[in-house]
Design a protein around this ligand. Structure first.
Ligand code: ATP
Length: 353
């Protein structure tokens, strides 16, 4: 583990009487791509504002390279923000937009020109210096906003839903570009999104948030494969969640039948939630399946069909498969032991005290 560049120590933040962050602690390591993921209003932007210095914590300490920075003003932090709407100045051209912060710092003209040119090169906009902002496409405006942040040579770049205004194709392109840029430069990126696919695709590390608390932190694979509670399991893609009983380590009982699973460390006979991802299930004949279920509906999703079934206990199962199913047919659902993940039902959705 490398040294944390940012550390949140038991941070709470209230606006008037409303608590929007509740005892949040985390470390941000240098040079990685972090994502704050969660539904609208869970406190993602508030965390960015605390890091940027636009807000101060009500409780707790924020450390930057081991020094408490709670009261350090925004312009004295080596942090730059790229906003959702880019916050570009429409009356200034590309050069002047990127140069804006540097001019405020009253840097020498030649130094400003060098830094602006370098920043534009990094985002593949060399030669666009004299273009008006109104003549730039959505993706290009996005890159100008990133170049403006880079020109200040920050140690951390904060990105607040920077791709949400773009159409799907451009958004995917920019996901690749941003990820590639972060890896090339080795600067710490902290990215905010409520889009789980985007978070999984881009991040080294994700913090999943709800109601002002971090529900789970980990790599995309950890979070996808081993969600700690129902909220995370549902928020990070579709999940099938059915009740089970942990008979012993690596053995869970579902509907009276024992299955091998990959989890251990639960109390014997603990009631648990069993999670199985839709893409880990195959549809077979009833005699070949582990659970019988009746096909209720299906949607064509382009790369696969999403099939909704109900088992005999009335639990819903979503299955992703390349084969079409027959509505009303009873089928067998099959899955490997590695696909069975266990969560404690009690762990669900931490709320405020
Ligand atoms: P979104 O995805 O919608 O941007 P978010 O997760 O970024 O949401 P925040 O913007 O951090 O959420 O807001 C968290 C909560 O704090 C919201 O309920 C919001 O209304 C409230 N809030 C944020 N800033 C202020 C403020 N300056 N004064 C009062 N309440 C605020």
């Amino acid at each position: 583990m490398t040294k944390p560049i940012i550390k949140f120590e038991n941070i709470s933040k209230s606006f008037n009487e409303t608590k929007v962050l509740n005892d949040v602690s985390f470390d941000i390591e240098e040079g990685r791509f972090y994502t704050l993921l969660g539904p609208s209003g869970c406190g993602k932007t508030t965390i960015l504002k605390l890091i940027a210095g636009f807000e101060t914590p009500t409780k707790g300490n924020i450390l930057f390279n081991d020094k408490v920075i709670n009261k350090v003003p925004a312009n004295n932090r080596k942090v730059n923000t790229v906003f959702q709407d880019y916050a570009l100045f429409p009356h200034l051209n590309v050069f002047d937009n990127v140069a804006f912060g540097l001019k405020i710092k009253k840097l020498n003209k030649n130094v400003i020109k060098t830094k602006v040119d370098e920043a534009l090169k990094l985002v593949k906009l060399e030669g666009y210096q004299n273009r008006e902002i109104s003549e730039m496409s959505g993706g290009q405006k996005q890159r100008v906003a990133i170049a403006r942040a880079l020109a200040n040579e920050p140690e951390i770049i904060l990105l607040d839903e920077p791709l949400s205004a773009l159409d799907l194709k451009l958004r995917t392109e920019m996901q690749y570009e941003l990820r590639e840029l972060q890896q090339r430069l080795g600067i710490t990126f902290i990215f905010v999104t409520h889009d789980q696919e985007e978070a999984l695709a881009m991040s080294d590390y994700i913090f999943v948030m709800k109601d002002g608390k971090i529900q789970q932190s980990g790599t995309p694979v950890d979070i996808y494969d081993e969600p700690v509670n129902k909220f995370v399991a549902d928020f990070i893609g579709e999940s099938n969640i059915v009740p089970g009983i942990m008979r012993q380590d690596y053995e869970v009982e579902m509907y009276g039948i024992s299955y091998e699973c990959v989890d251990a460390g639960f109390k014997k006979d603990a009631k648990v939630d069993v999670v199985i991802r839709p893409e880990d299930i195959t549809i077979k004949s009833v005699s070949e399946g582990r659970v019988s279920a009746k096909v209720d509906s299906q949607l064509f999703r382009g790369v696969h069909y999403e099939i909704c079934c109900y088992d005999e206990q009335g639990n819903e199962w979503i299955i992703q498969t390349t084969k079409k199913a027959t509505i009303g047919e009873t089928v067998g659902l099959d899955f490997d032991s590695e696909a069975i993940h266990i969560m404690l039902p009690g762990e669900t959705e931490e709320e405020f005290d």
